[in-house]
Design a protein around this ligand. Structure first.
Ligand SMILES: NC(=O)c1ccc[n+]([C@@H]2O[C@H](COP(=O)([O-])OP(=O)(O)OC[C@H]3O[C@@H](n4cnc5c(N)ncnc54)[C@H](OP(=O)(O)O)[C@@H]3O)[C@@H](O)[C@H]2O)c1
Length: 263
């Protein structure tokens, strides 16, 4: 599965216009979840964005956009997975979910029953790719063993204050993408001295540096959330900011202990 270096995190976005604006400025990966309670907003923005851009010369088609959502922990029983995924697709107004994640390995999650139910949805064509989120390496190993589908992505918290190289190593070994969530530490990257120092050297913002730092790592893509057009554009452009090895190392060395979304 190909994902662009920067996609859009939509947690907290409640205006379809923000989604349509993101598509207009070039976003091609939209990340939501049932628990964000905004799949209808994302779907509305997607429909509006596709229609608006279709008329343009460089029109965006549905096939260009990866729509990703997540099953919450009470949707993971073998009889719940299918109906929950269909409801998500209906709210999003799409026939196919390009990427469907297990949001957390908790609640009704049981690899032996949850994952075969996801495989069935892929065989039926409702789901194109299967991903997991907030997994530990042993849980990733088990998922890879049980799934018929290749594991497409692991979505995990990754920013200068919370960075786990072993998860990237696992992804490289097994050939799936790491989707970095909260890449701006929810806005706190501006408080990190090492990030600010690199930003000053490049006449860039700390947010751009955090995105450039994350996406410089293989095999990482980032999904910052942004609402204004200025933030949307800045974040998309940030993947083009080239940091030196020394600058990357200086941010790697930041103490990593500020997990925003612990289990
Ligand atoms: N899988 C999971 O368990 C999980 C957990 C948490 C999050 N996520 C996903 O990851 C996405 C992103 O994480 P997040 O929402 O926690 O936080 P984030 O992306 O780290 O930070 C978002 C905050 O940064 C601000 N911001 C964005 N671009 C900026 C810029 N260029 N300059 C200054 N400020 C900027 C935003 O403000 P504005 O809105 O005003 O632009 C917002 O307040 C979520 O939306 C969700 O899709 C997944």
């Amino acid at each position: 599965m190909h994902l662009p270096p920067v996609g859009l995190g939509t947690m907290g976005i409640d205006d379809p216009d923000a989604i349509a604006a993101a598509l207009a400025v070039g976003y091609r990966h939209l990340d939501t979840a049932r628990i964000y309670d905004n799949e209808d907003v994302v779907g509305g923005g997607l429909a509006a964005g596709l229609t608006a851009n279709d008329a343009a010369r460089d029109g965006v088609s549905r096939d260009d956009v990866t729509v990703a959502t997540k099953l919450w922990i009470d949707d993971l029983g073998p009889d719940e997975v299918g109906p929950a995924a269909r409801e998500s697709a209906d709210r999003l107004g799409v026939e196919t979910l390009d990427l469907l994640y297990v949001h957390r390995p908790r609640g009704d999650y049981d690899p032996e029953t949850t994952l075969p139910a996801l495989d069935r949805l892929r065989e039926e064509g409702l789901v194109r790719n299967v991903g997991v989120s907030n997994f530990e390496p042993a849980q990733l190993d088990r998922a890879i063993q049980v799934l018929d589908a290749p594991l497409a992505a692991h979505q995990t918290e990754l920013h200068p204050l919370f960075y786990r190289p072993e998860l990237l190593e696992h992804a490289r070994e097994h050939g799936y993408t790491v989707v970095a969530y909260s890449p701006l530490a929810g806005g706190r990257v501006r408080e990190v001295d090492a990030v600010r120092a690199v930003a000053e050297a490049h006449d860039a913002t700390p947010e751009s540096v955090a995105i450039a730092w994350a996406t410089a790592k293989e095999p990482v893509v980032a999904i910052p959330k942004a609402s204004s057009e200025a933030h949307l554009c800045a974040n998309l452009a940030a993947a083009g900011l080239e940091l030196t090895d020394a600058e990357i190392a200086s941010i790697d060395a930041v103490e990593h202990e500020e997990e925003l979304f612990p289990e």
